[in-house]
Design a protein around this ligand. Structure first.
Ligand code: AMP
Length: 275
């Protein structure tokens, strides 16, 4: 367990060993665990799995849930020990950011739409912290979940554009039995909201099964289905290319149907690949 940059620098990856990083904000659930296991598979027995746990203030917009975001430190530590994680980096915000910091990393194309449109500055915060984590932990590869598909695409673009020597490994979305994607934010849902939340996955699956190819018609059906849940309020529902995240009018190979839905104040995201 490492909390400071000085200590981290004193423990660089051992020569010849692959280090695979799993960046997280903690409140670790089975989705995170699947990424840790994927990291282990890529690291091999001799390699190192590193997990960072950092609730990054830069990626929370003003007025969002930064202060109430769950931080179950003892439980997270237990998960990391059970999974045989080699290095856990859990810094404080003061350790990560100088009070007068004035440099950030921004991707400007893929970040414009979807979650970027609803959460201004969010992906700048993500790119900045991931850059710092890559510099600090010096991983050979890093694992990111497909649940946050836009984040994955933006990190890939950043790594390509800025020549980070880090391989990006995608991890499939882990779900509850009823289809709801696991998220640390699911614990904010009331009983009624939780009961309705699986409508998101149902709407995406229905869209994947239809013969329809028109984006407009598919999105209308997705919206109608989700809005049939009385507590759901759609933030966005879009059909985009999975790599460029630009809108598509019809389904083509690697089209991504992505949605964000509010249940009360809790915003849930999910996506499915079509075509
Ligand atoms: P977070 O702690 O929410 O910032 O997520 C840390 C990493 O776990 C990100 O790469 C997420 O995409 C990934 N992740 C979150 N939820 C899931 C899930 N249900 N299945 C797979 N990966 C996930």
């Amino acid at each position: 367990m490492i909390a400071t940059i000085a200590e981290l620098r004193a423990h660089p990856p051992k020569t010849g060993r692959r280090r695979i990083l799993v960046p997280t904000m903690g409140a670790l659930h089975a989705g995170h665990v699947s990424l840790i296991r994927l990291a282990r598979k890529h690291a091999g027995e001799k390699g190192e799995v590193a997990v960072s746990i950092f609730v990054n203030p830069l990626q929370f917009e003003p007025g969002s849930d930064f202060s109430r975001y769950p931080r179950p430190e003892a439980a997270d530590e237990k998960v990391c020990r059970r999974e045989g994680v080699d290095v856990v980096f859990r810094p404080t915000p003061n350790e990560m950011y100088f009070p007068d910091r004035s440099t950030s990393v921004e991707e400007t194309k893929l970040s414009e739409r979807l979650c970027g449109a609803s959460r201004p500055g969010h992906f700048r915060g993500v790119c900045t912290v991931v850059t710092k984590l890559f510099h600090l932990l010096v991983p050979d590869a890093a694992v990111f979940g497909e649940k946050d598909f836009q984040q994955l695409a933006i990190i890939r673009r950043m790594v390509r554009d800025l020549d980070f020597p880090v391989e990006i490994i995608p991890g499939p979305t882990v779900r509850e039995r009823d289809g709801l994607a696991l998220s640390s934010r699911n614990q904010y849902l009331s009983t009624e909201e939780r009961a309705q939340a699986p409508i998101i996955r149902q709407a995406l699956l229905e869209a994947a099964q239809t013969e329809e190819t028109s984006a407009r018609k598919i999105l209308t059906a997705v919206r109608e289905k989700i809005e049939s849940a009385s507590l759901a309020r759609i933030d966005y529902a879009e059909l985009v290319g999975a790599d460029d995240l630009q809108p598509r009018l019809t389904i083509e190979p690697r089209s991504l149907l992505a949605v964000a839905v509010f249940f009360g104040k809790t915003r849930l995201i999910d996506n499915i690949l079509l075509g």
